[in-house]
Design a binder for this molecule. Structure first.
Ligand SMILES: *Cc1c(COP(=O)(O)O)cnc(C)c1O
Length: 394
């Protein structure tokens, strides 16, 4: 069916389940990506933007007070310090430069909580590209401040009224819009979707793990960490951290997904807890669906983890036994959020708080171990969610 040049699958996952009408755009994107990666002009421009605009390299910070408290040697990879407050900018910068290279004038993007929409609007303003962000009606209501940020940055926010009116529906709408708009590039926000997106998104985020590995070796004077740990929504920040450690079997890789408020369907967004193999948004992966293939509703305290499928590379890493996927619920995430604030003076994103909460619960298994935790974003955006839940405690 295709003349793709890069591998389209991760084991039996991934692939390109896209309408025929999208194939030319996907082939064009892959070709542009391959060329760009081999072009020092492109890679040096991306590195310049990452450094001078984004703030890379982000620090690797040894969290000493929390390490003492938990008995774990904890290091934080500070993507919360990247411009716009989360790792999303790495991918947005890379894809927007690719779009520019392909001569595209317009960027289409989807967003759930709004972080990817803000990152996309930001790079579009930077590069002078038009930006249209698809967002579910429900998310527009509950993420007002990010909607305002996108508009201030010059983006148009398109309200999506179909389905559950959240992220899944926004992706559908953005894909649909792309089919009829060949002058646009669809800037997909996680390591998901039809080939070549999972490969491209992971490549642009792999700087996270490359930096973290180098920094860990330099700063700790030791060998390698025992564990690389990150939260997993679609899986982009986690794969960005994991990739550099994949060849080192002695480094355990653990992704933490959203356990929500319970294990019943609809109460969580944990794909390894009741998900099955299926196809969603262009790739074969683990999907939360019933036996008829109906996509299940999901719940998480953090909008960024609230998605029914996971990136295909993670499904494969789990299959191979190279990475493990664990669950932290809303309450554990809140506990992780509070702990990092009180012991280290950092308010993390609720997404990243899942990784912290998981480690807090499982600290007994990691006594004395060296842990690099991907702190994917900062928590300012989450105060409206957190404060009412904590009540007097806050
Ligand atoms: C979007 C987001 C996530 C989840 O997305 P991944 O693709 O799984 O990384 C995690 N953390 C933050 C801060 C986010 O904004």
């Amino acid at each position: 069916m295709s003349s793709f040049q890069l591998p389209t699958h991760f084991g039996r996952f991934g692939g390109c389940y896209a309408p025929e009408t999208l194939m030319p755009a996907l082939l064009e994107l892959e070709a542009a990506f391959i060329e760009a990666q081999a072009d020092p002009g492109f890679t040096s421009e991306l590195a310049r933007l990452a450094r001078d605009f984004g703030g890379r390299p982000t620090p690797l910070f040894q969290a000493q007070r929390l390490s003492n408290e938990w008995g774990v040697d904890l290091w934080l990879k500070r993507e919360d310090l990247l411009h716009t407050g989360a790792h999303k900018l790495n991918n947005a910068m890379g894809q927007a430069l690719l779009a520019q290279r392909m001569g595209k004038k317009r960027i289409l993007a989807e967003t759930g909580a709004g972080q990817h929409g803000v990152a996309s609007a930001t790079v579009c303003a930077l590069l002078g590209l038009e930006c249209v962000v698809y967002m579910g009606e429900v998310d527009i209501e509950r993420q007002r401040p990010n909607v305002e940020r996108m508009r201030l940055l010059g983006a148009r926010v398109e309200s999506v009224a179909s389905g559950q009116r959240t992220l899944k529906d926004a992706v559908n709408e953005a894909l649909r819009a792309w089919v009829s708009d060949p002058d646009a590039h669809y800037l997909l926000g996680s390591a998901l979707g039809p080939h070549p997106f999972p490969t491209i998104v992971a490549a642009f985020h792999s700087v996270i793990g490359e930096e973290a590995k180098r920094q860990f070796l330099e700063q700790s004077g030791m060998e390698l960490p025992d564990l690389a740990l990150a939260c997993v929504g679609g899986g982009s920040n986690a794969i960005g951290l994991f990739r550099a450690f994949l060849p080192h079997q002695q480094v355990a890789l653990i992704g933490v997904e959203a356990g929500g408020r319970g294990s019943q369907p609809g109460e969580h967004a944990a794909r390894w807890l009741g998900g099955r193999e299926g196809v969603l948004h262009g790739c074969r992966t683990l999907v939360l669906s019933d036996e008829h293939g109906q996509i299940q509703g999901t719940h998480s305290i953090s909008a960024g983890l609230d998605y029914p499928a996971v990136g295909p590379e993670h499904a494969d890493l789990s299959d191979q036994g190279r990475a493990r996927y664990e669950v932290a619920g809303d309450a554990e995430a809140l506990a992780g959020f509070q702990a990092l604030g009180r012991f280290e003076g950092i308010l993390p994103a609720l997404e990243s708080s899942h990784a912290l909460g998981w480690l807090m619960t499982h600290q007994g298994d990691w006594q004395g171990k060296r842990v690099v935790l991907g702190l994917s974003g900062r928590g300012d955006k989450d105060l409206v969610t957190v404060l009412p839940l904590l009540g007097d405690e806050a």
